[in-house]
Design a protein around this ligand. Sequence first.
Ligand code: BMA
Length: 317
Amino acid sequence: MVRITGESIKNIPWQDKPAGYRYPVWRYTDNPVITRDDLFMANSIFNSAVVPYRGGFAGVFRADKMSRDHTLVTGMSADGIHWDLDEKVIFRGYDPRLCLIEGKYYLSWVNLTPHGTTIGIARTEDFISWEQLEDACYPVARNGVLFPRKIGGEYCLLIRPCDKGHTPYGDIFLSRSKDLTYWGRHRFVMSPVKNWEMTKVGAGPTPIETSEGWLMFYHGVLTSCNGFTYSMGAALLDLDEPWKVLHRADSFLLAPHELYECVGDVPNVVFPCAALADADTGRIAIYYGAADTTVAMAFTTADEVVDYIKRHDLISR
Ligand code: BMA
């Protein structure tokens, strides 16, 4: 059995895998879980972050307003499925990730500057007051994802350098820092390899520590005659040197197949930004943006996903 090193989340949102279903990731039957109707003046609420918090769950949500400004708001939930969102904007930008490090909740997101996007970092203990740190890099970058603990004495951040537009390229890199202010000792992690992710890849939720390595869900982008298609893949990174990819699935785990993933403001997008992982049971609940319009959920287990990665491994070939 694959062990998860992390919290026990007794009330992790969960549905059993449907009988006879052969794939490793299955969708929540009542998707989407959050829509524009959950927040006044929202055009869309999608790529969002969730963590366990005081016996329930807290989140930071990407809410694009009716002005189409990109904003981040917070929300609370008892069960991780039904959310109470706060209208107060905490930061401008998009694609938040949340990560508990040394007792504080760190937010990393696509921060907007006059010169392009960069990775904003802020921390909180109560989801009310936030302390914003220095941006983690100069523009242009997106998909900044922190690891939940220091590795080799340093904080680690996955990052995807890009351009100012709908970047037609993109590899995942890793940067390191002793103080969460100065980032360096950069390492290459991985490039797009297979068809479904032929254009670019970007890290998704906070990596999950397992006995088989850091489980990294990520998005991969295919370019078709109709534009980009965003799907979710997974890889295992070395626990001590997380820029080393140990195993990586050659096929996606979740792609836009349901109507709410195929139709919306940006069609054909599955964009994971958060995953809850229960150390006791190995259950994993994934939150993803669907068609840049709503938040949806899917489930897997550490065993299922690691087995899938290894059976479809493109590293060991
Ligand atoms: C990316 C990001 C995501 C978005 C995706 C698809 O570049 O902006 O927020 O979900 O494009 O539009």
